[in-house]
Design a protein around this ligand. Structure first.
Ligand code: NAD
Ligand code: TYD
Length: 348
């Protein structure tokens, strides 16, 4: 039977990789992308999908209840892969209400449309979430699926709230749901407000590399392609009502990461070693900056056989190469709203 799968946020960073993977791997599925095309959504990320027989695009806001219901009816949606979100912590600090609107209200609208339409048959609502809902770790320990939620930024609070609604719809209405909480992704098509592409762009432009605080905060970095493989496995084999943590077993302090990035960039740009490192500038810390995230992905590994396959050295080289050979994509982004955002955020 042909399945209609709604991928929300499909024009964003992770979403575009998920769409590409599903369109290519499952020609028997109809893939419908629902995206508002915010500053972070970009049809250029999906340019190679144009004209594919099983790909459809709908420019829609998930916070618009009527529009969401219409999409469900029009496409007879069987399953949802929900990635649409306001996703940047710094923006959530300056504009928290936009995060409630999209991440909480928008998710509730999708759940409600699914509840109304899915009266019988084989369905799934898959919520793509973040490890940030678990809060911040000290030097030891890792987040498991049993770690209590303790969100500390408006972004993570809005994602945590959305996750709770997804579980509540599972419990209360019997909606088939599954969730995954993933660590920091990196790779091609990531918007240059996030650490790695922001630094790559600034190194290209020989601009200062703004490190919050002392650079000792730790993140676990996962190659986006490994996240997509985990999403595919969980979508097809995850158990109803379950949560799966996804992580890269790749913890790096921001400063260590930046050193690796700077050294590789010097090599790629034929500069003397140490050139990019000289651009590192320590700036005022992010308010409420979470110290460390680390994921125990044991459940996903044991139950579904997933492993991260791309190591950081290889992944970061592929990422740098992509940004260097897609300068036009980068130029188009940094010429518009981004300039304004950058000036406000970094007081330049
Ligand atoms: P992104 O910001 O690159 O893309 C978000 C997409 O959602 C964009 O295409 C945007 O246009 C769309 N969108 C935003 N508001 C919308 C609305 N109201 N209606 C419809 N579409 C809307 O984000 P990303 O980094 O690709 O993250 C995707 C998902 O994965 C998010 O739910 C995020 O919380 C989660 N996640 C991200 C990471 C990461 O490291 N990037 C890690 C774990 C989980
Ligand atoms: P980010 O990519 O925003 O992801 P998140 O906050 O969701 O983990 O930031 C990753 C880390 O890099 C985080 O500890 C904040 C830090 N950071 C900087 O030091 N400078 C920057 O300009 C940015 C954007 C992030």
């Amino acid at each position: 039977m042909q399945k209609s799968i709604l991928i929300t946020g499909g024009a964003g960073f992770i979403g575009s990789h998920v769409v590409r993977h599903f369109v290519h791997t499952y020609p028997e599925y109809r893939i419908i992308v629902l995206d508002k095309l915010t500053y972070a959504g970009n049809l250029a990320n999906l340019a190679d999908m144009e004209g594919k027989a099983n790909y459809f695009f709908e420019k829609t806001d998930i916070a618009d209840e009527t529009a969401v219901s219409e999409i469900f009816a029009k496409h007879r949606v069987d399953a949802v892969l929900h990635l649409a979100a306001e996703s940047h912590v710094d923006r959530s600090i300056t504009h928290p209400l936009e995060f409630i609107q999209t991440n909480v209200i928008g998710t509730a609208n999708l759940l409600n449309a699914a509840r109304k339409q899915w009266t019988s048959g084989d369905h799934l609502f898959y919520q793509i979430s973040t490890d940030e809902v678990y809060g911040s770790l000290g030097a030891e320990g890792k987040f498991t699926e049993m770690t209590p939620y303790d969100p500390r930024s408006p972004y993570s609070a809005s994602k945590a709230s959305a996750d709770h609604f997804v579980r509540a719809y599972g419990h209360t209405y019997g909606l088939p749901v599954v969730l995954s909480n993933c660590s920091n992704n990196y790779g091609p098509f990531q918007f240059p407000e996030k650490l790695i592409p922001l630094m790559i762009n600034n190194i290209i432009q020989e601009k200062p590399l703004p490190v919050y605080g002392d650079g000792s905060n730790v993140r676990d970095w996962l190659w986006v392609g490994d996240h997509v493989k985990a999403i595919d496995l969980i979508f097809h084999q995850g158990k109803n009502g379950e949560t799966y943590n996804i992580g890269g077993d790749n913890e790096l302090s921001n400063l260590r990461l930046l050193h690796i990035l700077c050294d590789q960039m010097d090599q790629k740009l034929d500069k003397t070693q140490g050139t990019a490192r000289k651009l590192i500038t320590f700036i005022k810390d992010r308010p409420g900056h979470d110290k460390r995230y680390a994921i125990d992905a044991g459940k996903l590994k044991t139950e579904l056989g997933w492993r991260p396959e791309t190591n950081f050295e290889n992944g970061i080289e592929q990422t740098i190469d992509w940004y260097l050979s897609n300068r036009e994509w980068l130029e188009n982004i940094i010429s518009g709203e981004y300039m304004h955002y950058y000036q406000q955020q970094y007081h330049t």
